[in-house]
Design a protein around this ligand. Structure first.
Ligand SMILES: *[C@@H]1O[C@H](CO)[C@@H](O)[C@H](O)[C@H]1NC(C)=O
Ligand SMILES: *[C@@H]1O[C@H](CO)[C@@H](O)[C@H](O)[C@H]1NC(C)=O
Ligand SMILES: *[C@@H]1O[C@H](CO)[C@@H](O)[C@H](O)[C@H]1NC(C)=O
Ligand SMILES: *[C@@H]1O[C@H](CO)[C@@H](O)[C@H](O)[C@H]1NC(C)=O
Ligand SMILES: *[C@@H]1O[C@H](CO)[C@@H](O)[C@H](O)[C@H]1NC(C)=O
Length: 441
């Protein structure tokens, strides 16, 4: 029986902070700093050598003399905090109380490498466990993070923080990154913090790591690995059955016998540029998950084996102008604005899969509400990993560019602590995971 998570609206008179609950509640909300005490009672666990509290140095350079951008996410998280924790060694987390991805134990000196498998490779038990964990993540209130909503993005005094479940925090992070950028008082949706630029593969890699880790911590199951779905060459969604991700009816709603039949999408029906969603303020208004695989006449089937192959043959990580118009760019082909097979700008790969489903998956800001998003992005990440290994890539191939939030040294937005975009050009073993070999790849 699924119990829906209840959001509590917490109204703070002073809003200077963001995500980590400790930084937006109690005494901390009165300060501009997000350097919470660790259990040794020092900020960022300084006394135990876990981390240090550092002031932010803005990395994004405004082009021209007049400041053009006044977006709250620019130079993340400077708008909210003047300082935050920088963790040392194998430590990580918003107060350095956690370990870097792949590390475990009190001293974070235990490295574990998990293997992400194709969902059809999981045993029945593993698969059922995966669905139970997701059900739990959807209803378990996040202890560490709150999410933000705004009445009006132009006015900081309308910003509020609310509780959300672990899954919904994950989903909201994606939503938040995709909102149009506030530029000189108006909204520019030609780019955002997670898409249409070189940050795309790494940003999503971090999103998956974040949720995977949150589930490991929630369940105590250190070996939990997200599965992926290898969609190459499929015409019908093979995992859209009630034993897997769920069948749907004529209208596209999931079968009542499927695992996610009663899930609702946070921030659905609320696609306004000038505010971040009122979350579950009005729970009844939220949409249930829906999809219609193969119904979109422009996306009748999924990318082919050959298209994946051709994408992997592009040796440049990204090319000028580093957006959806980049030619010969692995990133642009993987993201799906460029057909690697013939060099045309066409909907392919990652974008094609979203469009194939339509419904929740077809709407960028809310797509992460459908767990099929996880399986899809995990496969995109597997292709990315193949590319990193094929070309022996390192962070220095990440290009300088002038898109907000997408510079090599900018923090992937809006994660805590700061991970620079270029950091995700390291191979997956650095982050403690690997992929199974499936169908020759
Ligand atoms: C920002 O611009 C200044 C002046 O043009 C330059 O000296 C500096 O290196 C730039 N910083 C980055 C991080 O690109
Ligand atoms: C910002 O907008 C104002 C008026 O809307 C305009 O005069 C100004 O040139 C704009 N500045 C930039 C840098 O775009
Ligand atoms: C990180 O963990 C590894 C063990 O996996 C250990 O060898 C290494 O010394 C640790 N690094 C630090 C800085 O503690
Ligand atoms: C996909 O489904 C349609 C309609 O159910 C069916 O006609 C077609 O043969 C299927 N294609 C494959 C490759 O399974
Ligand atoms: C990509 O280009 C190839 C070669 O022209 C073509 O066969 C294929 O259908 C295109 N893919 C998409 C998704 O448009």
């Amino acid at each position: 029986m699924i119990v829906f998570c209840v959001f509590l609206v917490l109204c703070y008179d002073l809003v200077q902070a963001q995500f980590p609950r400790f930084c937006v509640t109690g005494a901390a909300s009165k300060s501009d700093s997000c350097c919470p005490l660790w259990t040794d009672l020092s900020p960022c666990g300084l006394r135990s050598g876990r981390g240090i509290c550092r002031d932010f140095v803005p990395v994004f350079n405004q082009s021209g003399h007049v400041p053009q951008y006044n977006d709250d996410r620019l130079n993340w998280p400077k708008y909210y905090f003047t300082s935050a924790c920088e963790c040392l060694g194998n430590y990580s987390g918003y107060r350095c109380g956690d370990c870097k991805y792949g590390y475990f134990g009190e001293k974070c000196d235990r490295k574990i490498t998990i293997v992400r498998k194709e969902i059809r490779e999981l045993s029945l038990l593993e698969r059922k466990r995966f669905f139970s964990y997701l059900a739990l993540a959807k209803i378990t209130k996040s202890q560490d993070f709150v999410i933000l909503y705004t009445g009006d993005r132009h006015h900081k005094d309308t910003y509020r923080f609310v509780d959300a479940s672990i899954y919904d925090v994950f989903s909201w992070i994606h939503y938040y990154s995709t909102k149009p950028i506030l530029k000189n008082g108006t909204f520019d949706d030609s780019t955002n913090y997670a898409h249409q630029g070189p940050a795309f593969p790494g940003w999503h890699r971090l999103g998956l790591l974040f949720l995977e880790r949150q589930i490991q911590l929630m369940t105590g199951d250190e070996n939990f690995a997200l599965p992926y779905w290898d969609w190459r060459g499929e015409q019908n969604c093979s995992i859209c059955t009630n034993d897997f991700l769920g069948d749907n009816d004529e209208q596209g709603f999931l079968s009542q016998y499927s695992y996610f039949a009663f899930w609702k999408s946070i921030c659905s029906g609320y696609n306004y540029d000038d505010s971040y969603c009122l979350a579950a303020d009005d729970f009844n208004q939220l949409e249930k998950l829906h999809r219609k695989p193969g119904a979109n006449p422009h996306a009748r089937s999924l990318p082919t084996v050959q298209e994946v192959e051709d994408t992997l043959n592009l040796e440049h990580f990204d090319r000028f102008p580093y957006n959806r118009y980049a030619q010969h760019s692995f990133r642009n082909a993987l993201e799906g604005f460029l057909n690697a097979s013939d060099g045309e700008f066409q909907t392919t790969m990652h974008n094609l899969v979203h469009n194939f489903f339509g419904g929740t998956m077809g709407e960028v800001p809310i797509s992460s509400n459908d767990p099929i998003f996880l399986l899809h992005h995990c496969f995109i990440d597997k292709i990315y990993e193949k590319w990193l290994q094929k070309y022996n890539a390192t962070p220095d191939v990440y290009p300088k560019n002038d898109q907000p939030g997408q510079g090599p040294d900018e923090c992937a937005t809006p994660y805590f602590p700061c991970y620079t975009n270029k950091y995700f050009l390291h191979w997956s073993d650095k982050f403690g995971y690997d992929y199974s070999i499936y169908k020759g790849m």
